[in-house]
Design a protein around this ligand. Structure first.
Ligand code: ARG
Length: 459
């Protein structure tokens, strides 16, 4: 139990208390960030004349060696130190002696951990953004290939009006594009360096905070030392954005599960992303989509957990904040995994286009257009609505669809029907006429696709 703070103590820490307090088990993943932060701190201390050039060189070499030894398996991060910060410092002192004892000059573990966590999260924000971009590229490809693939659009999970697959996927393009915008927004707000805040009240050493910040590519430094060591807003924002990504992924997953069901058969998930049953030989289950939907809960849980940890905490640092790590790391890992697998599943999924069109045709998704047809023949909309209602009932009773009725049958319901009704209620016409911006009509859709392409080449 090597501790950095033994001097003031006469008694030993209780073993269980030590373990309860320790964070090395999970903060060891901050090793790279801890070393990066120390490199910047020490470089700055030397520039300010607080350390000599020799001391700086020796510390930097020591730090790089520690990192390399861990990465190459020669040095194990065990539980002999309570956290990653103590571990790095203890190994450094072991290796380079007295110069190592000067590394922590003008710094506290409070600003150190605030920095490490920010560096780690900043990287995760970028990685999440890159994965979202890959997903958007797959969505856009499907859109380009399916501007004339017809399917029913739903409200209340009831067939409503015909749309295209491109249009349906476009809705998800919008969602994941907003998720990327949230990443950019979070990055910008969080990209300030807390190093130099000390334990809570800054330090008496003449630190150059701006210089240290620039070494780590921060846009600037935080402006209040108490806030610097106790701010976890950026993590909460990130967890909130991750929760929103999961909400989007789980909606998409749910639709794929429905589309993949025996009743719908709109899609076929590739074997690589399905599993079988140990008892029912006929089964091919959409497990990946189900797991993505299922894992949404733990990401929401992380957000709720950290919000609750932070609630009511007095300034400045409190040990409660150590609880930020496990839940956040789990949420970050979960979302990365889900985005990666979901993108692969989407890329390989096949569409059964005839089934989709047939389903749109059978579900009276053209009923609104049939009513609009009568309006075009001078029937007031309310009356047209009632006539088409009767027409739909007539079809249901005979298990047929509007386009299959004879001219005679149609005339029997309203003498306003002419032979051009058949074209008016075809899926092609129903979709083609919807040309308002954001609608599925071909020209409207192509304009949006062009814009999406530009967006993905620019950012
Ligand atoms: N393991 C701690 C954390 O994650 C590091 C900061 C410790 N600071 C302190 N004053 N005990 O928050």
């Amino acid at each position: 139990m090597a501790q950095l703070w033994g001097g003031r103590f006469t008694g030993e820490t209780d073993r269980l208390a030590y373990e309860f307090n320790a964070s090395i088990d999970f903060d060891k993943r901050l090793l790279c960030q801890d070393v990066e932060g120390s490199v910047a701190h020490v470089t700055m201390l030397a520039k300010q004349g607080i350390l000599t050039e020799d001391e700086k060189e020796s510390i930097l070499r020591g730090l790089q060696n520690i990192l390399k030894d861990v990465e190459e398996g020669r040095l194990e991060i065990d539980d002999s130190c309570e956290d990653i910060h103590s571990f790095v410092e203890a190994r450094l002192i072991e290796r380079i002696g007295d110069a190592g004892k000067k590394m922590h000059t003008g710094r506290s573990r409070n600003d150190q951990v605030a920095l490490d966590m920010r560096l780690y999260t900043r990287q995760q924000v970028c990685e999440t953004d890159a994965l979202l971009k890959k997903l958007l590229e797959v969505i856009l490809k499907v859109m380009e290939e399916n501007v004339e693939t017809y399917m029913p659009g739903f409200t209340h999970l009831q067939k409503a009006q015909p749309v295209t697959l491109a249009h349906h996927y476009g809705a998800y393009f919008e969602m994941f594009r907003r998720d990327r915008q949230r990443m950019a927004d979070i990055y910008q707000r969080m990209n300030l360096c807390p190093l130099g805040a000390g334990a809570l009240a800054g330090t008496t050493y003449p630190l150059d905070r701006e210089y240290a910040a620039s070494l780590m590519e921060f846009a600037g430094v935080t402006q209040n030392s108490m806030d610097s060591v106790s701010d976890r807003d950026y993590l909460i924002e990130f967890l909130s954005a991750l929760s929103t990504i999961m909400m989007h992924l789980s909606r998409f997953s749910e639709e794929i599960i429905i589309w993949n069901s025996n009743e719908y058969q709109f899609v076929e998930i590739d074997d690589a992303y399905s599993t079988g049953s140990s008892i029912m030989p006929q089964k091919k289950n959409p497990d990946i989509a189900e797991l993505v939907r299922g894992k949404t809960g733990r990401v929401y849980g992380a957000l709720m957990s950290l919000l609750t940890t932070m609630k009511g905490l007095p300034l400045a640092y409190n040990k409660d904040m150590q609880e930020d790590k496990e839940v956040s790391f789990d949420a970050m890992d979960t979302v990365r995994g889900c985005l990666t697998l979901f993108t692969g599943m989407l890329r390989t999924m096949k569409f059964r286009k005839e089934r989709m069109a047939e389903s749109a045709m059978k579900g009276f998704t053209n009923a609104t257009d049939a009513a609009d047809y009568l309006v075009g023949k001078g029937v007031p909309f309310r009356d047209a609505h009632a006539v088409i209602g009767r027409l739909v009932l007539y079809c249901i009773e005979r298990q047929t669809s509007i386009d299959k009725l004879s001219m005679e049958e149609l005339k029997g319901i309203s003498d306003k029907f002419e032979p051009d009704i058949y074209d008016a209620v075809s899926l092609e016409t129903c979709v083609a006429k919807r040309l308002t911006t954001g609608a599925p009509g071909l020209e409207a859709m192509n304009k949006v696709i062009k814009q999406y392409k530009e967006y993905l080449t620019e950012s």
